[in-house]
Ligand binder design. Structure first.
Ligand code: CP
Length: 307
């Protein structure tokens, strides 16, 4: 595989090999603070057209911990501000010899557009519009496994702004490939994936949040992605928390004792999730973040090894 653009194209076998490699990197490099040399002499271009904390920093660290040099293009101070296109920027970094181009962009299919013009570099989609965020889904599935869960047995609930969520899109394909059979969604009707899409993915929509929470083994909380909302979808914060927020009272009342709570970040504390739930015993939020580093190391090394 030359590029990582989406999760549709990932097989169970490829994913399981990636997880094995991520577990080894975690044990032998991350937790022991050793320096890897797997990608020594290579350069990893980081092209982030949208804000990011977790994805950008962890790809930077992943490249560096395997011996590659991260090359961060500060988009706000780059020639993109003079009108240079994504494609020309990609071709420029590719011509300089960047071995990887890790791209976040506000447009759907931006990573695929980059992959079309990259002659040598491996393109990694670090989130494109409302389309896909494949490394997020990989780190989520890795974290579910690490928590001792079996995909075949799980009911997974996506809660919140499913309509605009590239994280949900990437998770849906990957989780089905890995064997998940029961997927639920709950959240405001105007932020829900259309019925035709839900039935294509086999998702059951539950308008009663407490009903959905009581069935879920993994509750995947999504923030309202205001940057992708049309004006008419604007939400009233107090109403949102009251109707759809994962509050302490709701968790105490409806959530299974051994349920896992996931959030891709960034979180809006007090809106879609309460502070004590984000920090509480069900929460896997920081495990997700920590595993992002191991997964991104494994992605870079696997793309390099595969070609
Ligand atoms: N989950 C995620 O993509 O977070 P960042 O926007 O901080 O990278």
């Amino acid at each position: 595989m030359k590029h990582l653009l989406d999760t549709d194209s990932l097989t169970k076998d490829w994913t399981e090999r990636l997880f094995k490699k991520a577990a080894i990197f975690k044990k032998e490099i991350i937790l022991t603070h050793r320096q890897g040399e797997h990608l020594k002499g290579l350069h990893a271009g980081l092209l982030f057209f949208e804000p990011s904390t977790r994805t950008k920093a962890s790809f930077h660290m992943a490249a560096s911990m395997l011996g590659a040099d991260p090359v961060t293009v500060e988009v706000a101070f780059s020639s993109i501000q003079k009108g240079e296109s994504l494609e020309d920027t990609v071709m420029t970094l590719d011509a300089m010899g960047c071995h990887f181009l890790i791209i976040r962009h506000g447009e759907d299919q931006a990573a695929a557009a980059a992959a079309k013009v990259a002659r040598q570099a491996h393109v990694v989609n670090a989130g494109d519009g409302a389309h896909e965020h494949p490394t997020q889904a990989l780190l989520d599935a890795f974290t579910i496994l690490e928590k001792g869960k079996k995909f075949e047995d799980l009911t997974i609930l996506f809660l919140g702004d499913v309509l605009h969520s590239r994280v949900t899109n990437s998770n849906l394909s990957l989780l089905k490939t890995l064997g998940v059979r029961k997927i639920l969604a709950s959240g405001p009707a105007n932020l829900m994936m259309p019925e035709v899409e839900r039935s294509r993915h086999g998702i059951k929509y539950l308008a009663q949040l407490d009903d959905a929470l009581s069935q879920a083994d993994v509750i995947y909380v999504l923030r309202p992605q205001k940057e992708r909302h049309a004006e008419e979808a604007r939400i009233v914060m107090a109403q949102y928390r009251q109707s759809w927020g994962l509050t302490s009272e709701r968790v105490a009342k409806s959530v299974k004792k051994d349920a896992l709570i996931f959030h891709p970040g960034p979180m809006n504390i007090g809106l879609e999730i309460d502070r004590d739930i984000a920090d509480g015993p069900h929460s896997c939020v920081l495990d997700q973040v920590a595993n992002g580093l191991a997964i991104r190391m494994a992605v870079l090394d696997t793309l390099h090894q595969d070609c």
